[in-house]
Ligand binder design. Sequence first.
Ligand code: SF4
Length: 276
Amino acid sequence: MTERSYEKFFRQNRLPHLWCPGCGNGIVMKAIVQAIEKHEGYTQDNTVIVSGIGCSSRASGYMDFDTLHTAHGRAIPFATGIKLARPELNVIVITGDGDCTAIGGNHFIHGCRRNVDLTVIMFNNNIYGMTGGQASPTTPLGKKATTAPYGSVDRTFDSCKLAEAAGATFVARSTAFHVQHLVKTIDEALDNHGFSFIEALVQCPTAYGRRNKMGDPAKMMEWMRDNAVMKTAWDKLPDEKKSEEKFPIGVFYKAEAQPYDAAYHHVIEIAGGAAQ
Ligand code: SF4
């Protein structure tokens, strides 16, 4: 079998991966390397992948770049440190919904606020998978989890709205079903000099789907196909047609603002000048 060009970005000796059969994490991981491959300026030597803890965060171990598998919720602070110390590097963060919006919630908000030049890809499986199936901030209202056996009573975060409100300069959503769209969206995010946030919905047949009677992995992907609405179409939908299950995908926000490392190094320059 001939090796596909993006396969060089995987540590073949770490495969096969440990994800459950039918899990969507591998689809998003592959989309990331395909976007990197397409993207001029991103090489194995100048790109760093940083992840937190959880099923999705295992991806950093399979990807053949300089990688850092950090503590739960702390991927963004580690990535910020790398970017400030070595601003010439491209830094990508892989995180999950619990890792990013609960345990690491404040790091996420302040990473957006500071516009740190990172590309943060949040694999949203709507639950804590690896740590036991507990409800996460993106578990939909009424859906079951080990900590919500009768259905979650917590309202969910819209993590894209949160990122935009907090100051991120690129905000988008895609899914493991819309692979070409996902690759294109990540590719576009890699162009942004500032905090880029992409929410990638993934099917988790084991911890979420089975508990919520979503059917097999193919059915879960069909659910994404049937309920995702491209942003341009979503914007034209009257409110009464936006049912609870339907959700928009696409690029929601783009802006230009000074990235944090530029501001930080400017201060160092001024301080150095003042000390002389
Ligand atoms: Fe994937 Fe869910 Fe299994 Fe984790 S628990 S590997 S997210 S299917």
